[in-house]
Write a protein that binds this ligand. Structure first.
Ligand code: ADP
Ligand code: ZN
Length: 431
């Protein structure tokens, strides 16, 4: 049941002692970099002697990483690094994250631990439908799956027909996939008159890299006949594998032997107590090449303080609600796209894709939700469709406190994108 029981079920006091030792060592190592010497100069401490000391250090933001381009945060001789990952950099310098051989080994082990926790075993066949390359989703899971001993298929994303062919030919049992793509794969199987579970041996999918609601998870599980496990991570910490669901699928265990977590108020930066929702701030504890201290992830979540039934002592975080910068302000009201998704997924007949459009009309913000519905509904009456639109508008109003415009569209009417899905088109700046 456990990949490494001693670590996964370590008593909390021992785990905290381990965190402190690792944090203190990491801090000392970081002082060898000119970036950190300067960065820490604004803090009030010269060494770390308790976990509370961390709060005295300044935050690190994505902008700090950009400013440190290309390798200002690297704390080992650059010849010791063996790989880099990088963000797209469409808005300025890209952020670059470096790894030593040892960093990659421990990341692979962390991934193997996470996959094993969800129920993956050596006998499984693992089809990795995430992008390989600079994006960490592909390579991150890849090495973990191999380390666990699974037959690993590095197919990458897209080309759904080929995905299905591979699923069938190699008896794939586990897929790693974007949640938005999992819904499209399910639709493609249905179009091909194939039943997942009968015509394929898929039994589990690992989903992550983009925010999605519990409703989308349930839909994936139902349509593909699988168990779907949520995997969270970000390049700045390593990539996927920072937090992962166990068999109880009730929050994600954040691996506290590798990362120290805090939840802060996104406005004030003040630390919030366990259970309260806020921005996740993470510190690497054993990264060699590029330790990162108090990184502002922008991801909104909360710590679940209660122990988990699985016996693991690493605390869980709740499903990511979205990024702080995803939040829309519509005529002064705050809305997270995930609130809209939650409502849409609870309505029967609503399909797998939707998009939110915001524009200005007569100086007011106007929010329109275009949502695909099942084909059969289009054969009904016009009044029936109008009634459904009104019904969805009413249910959305209960959730977001104002009435948006809902437009029902046919399946595949909304263009699909390669890679992470974009659910919001905000045209207000360009009006
Ligand atoms: P980028 O920031 O360019 O998208 P990353 O691949 O590092 O690059 O993306 C990490 C971000 O993806 C996280 O900070 C988070 O916003 C999102 N993310 C990753 N996994 C999940 C997940 N399971 N649920 C929700 N959001 C996720
Ligand atoms: Zn658990």
């Amino acid at each position: 049941m456990y990949w490494n029981k001693d670590i996964e079920c370590m008593p909390r006091e021992k785990l905290q002692a381990l965190q402190l030792k690792r944090l203190a060592d990491s801090f000392q190592r970081a002082l060898s970099s000119p970036f950190y010497k300067e960065h820490f100069a604004s803090g009030k401490i010269k060494s770390i002697s308790s976990l509370d000391d961390l709060e005295k250090l300044p935050f690190t933001t994505k902008d700090d990483l950009r400013r440190a381009f290309p390798h200002g945060l690297v704390c080992v001789p650059i010849e010791e690094t063996v790989r880099l990952h990088s963000s797209s950099g469409t808005t300025g310098n890209p952020t670059v994250v470096y790894h030593t051989k040892n960093d990659l080994d421990i990341w692979a082990d962390l991934m193997a631990r996470s996959l094993y926790m969800a129920g993956a075993r050596k006998e499984d066949v693992f089809q990795n439908m995430m992008g390989y390359g600079l994006f960490t989703g592909g390579l991150g899971l890849h090495y973990g799956a191999e380390k666990l001993g699974m037959l690993t298929i590095p197919i990458g994303p897209g080309n759904t027909h080929r995905q299905i062919w591979f699923l069938q030919q190699f008896h794939t049992t586990i897929a790693h996939i974007l949640p938005s793509y999992a819904l499209r794969l399910a639709a493609a199987l249905r179009d091909a008159n194939l039943e997942s579970g009968k015509d394929t041996r898929l039994k589990m999918v690992i989903v992550g890299a983009e925010p999605h609601t519990e409703g989308v998870r349930r839909k994936i599980e139902e349509l593909l006949g699988v168990k779907a496990f949520n995997c969270y991570g970000l390049s700045e910490m390593c990539g996927p594998g920072v937090a992962f669901e166990c068999e109880h699928q009730n929050g994600l265990h954040l691996w506290e032997d590798h990362f120290f977590m805090e939840i802060v108020d996104p406005e004030t930066g003040k630390r919030l107590p366990d259970g309260e929702e806020g921005e996740l701030v993470l510190t690497t504890l054993i990264r060699e090449a590029m330790p990162v201290f108090r990184y502002r992830t922008r991801d909104i979540t909360s710590i679940i303080p209660e122990p988990c039934l699985c016996g693991r002592t690493h605390r869980r975080i709740s499903r990511i609600k979205g990024r702080d910068d995803d939040m829309l302000i519509i005529n002064g009201v705050n809305v997270f796209p995930m609130q809209i998704e939650k409502v849409l997924m609870s309505i029967s007949g609503v399909g797998t894709n939707y998009i939110i459009e915001v524009k200005k009309q007569n100086y007011m913000d106007k929010l329109t939700v275009k949502v695909e519905i099942h084909e059969e509904l289009f054969t009904g009456t016009l009044e029936g469709l109008e009634k459904l639109e009104l019904d969805i508008e009413r249910q959305l109003k209960d959730e977001i406190l104002f009435t948006p415009v809902v437009k029902l569209v046919e399946p595949n009417a909304i263009p699909v994108v390669q890679g992470k899905v974009k659910r919001v088109i905000d045209l207000r700046q360009t009006d």
